[in-house]
Design a protein around this ligand. Structure first.
Ligand SMILES: [Zn+2]
Length: 176
């Protein structure tokens, strides 16, 4: 089932979310609904607070270069990160424009480390650790920010933040 999104201005997006205590049917259903929602929105990542749930959980589905033709992109794997812990950010960082399903049609430059290690629990309850780079790493950091109540607009530079001020006010009104 597709879930309604929480938009900028909704207090759930500013919460430090709670740990997931048990992977039960409710959590499995939530993840399945979130992945359907992500697909429908054509997004690459979605965190639980974006669908109104105060939980430390996010999913990503980042496109990967095609094996046959590296200039083409194909669907990447769906990752489920429950109670994630990020560590060892690389000293190299890069700037890229980010968007957010909770802040429609707004794009801001954000500088983030190029690589990051993510430890999390999967849907079977197993703890796993994987190192990510590039867009997949960026997506994990953006989504992990969400479960700490942090948004991309908090991480952009002052001038860019000012430029989108009117958009943010509009979204706050429009989606209340
Ligand atoms: Zn977002």
């Amino acid at each position: 089932m597709k879930l309604p999104l929480s938009y900028y201005g909704n207090p759930v997006l500013r919460k430090k979310c709670r740990e997931v205590e048990e992977i039960n049917d409710e959590i499995r259903r939530l993840v399945s609904d979130m992945s359907e929602t992500l697909e429908a929105q054509n997004g690459i990542g979605l965190a639980a607070p974006q669908v109104g749930k105060d939980l430390r959980l996010f999913i990503t589905k980042v496109p990967v270069p095609s094996k046959d033709d590296p200039d083409q992109w194909e669907d990447g794997p769906l990752y489920v990160f429950i109670n994630p812990v990020l560590s060892e950010p690389s000293p190299e960082s890069w700037e890229s424009s980010e968007g957010c399903l909770s802040i429609p049609k707004v794009y801001v430059p954000v500088t983030r480390p190029y690589r990051i290690k993510v430890e999390a629990t999967d849907l079977d309850g197993n703890r796993f650790t994987e190192e990510f780079s590039g867009l997949q790493a960026r997506c994990c950091m953006h989504e992990n920010d969400h479960i700490n109540g942090v948004l991309m607009i908090d991480r952009t530079d002052k001038a860019s933040r000012k430029e989108i001020d009117a958009d943010l006010r509009r979204i706050k009104k429009e989606y209340r």
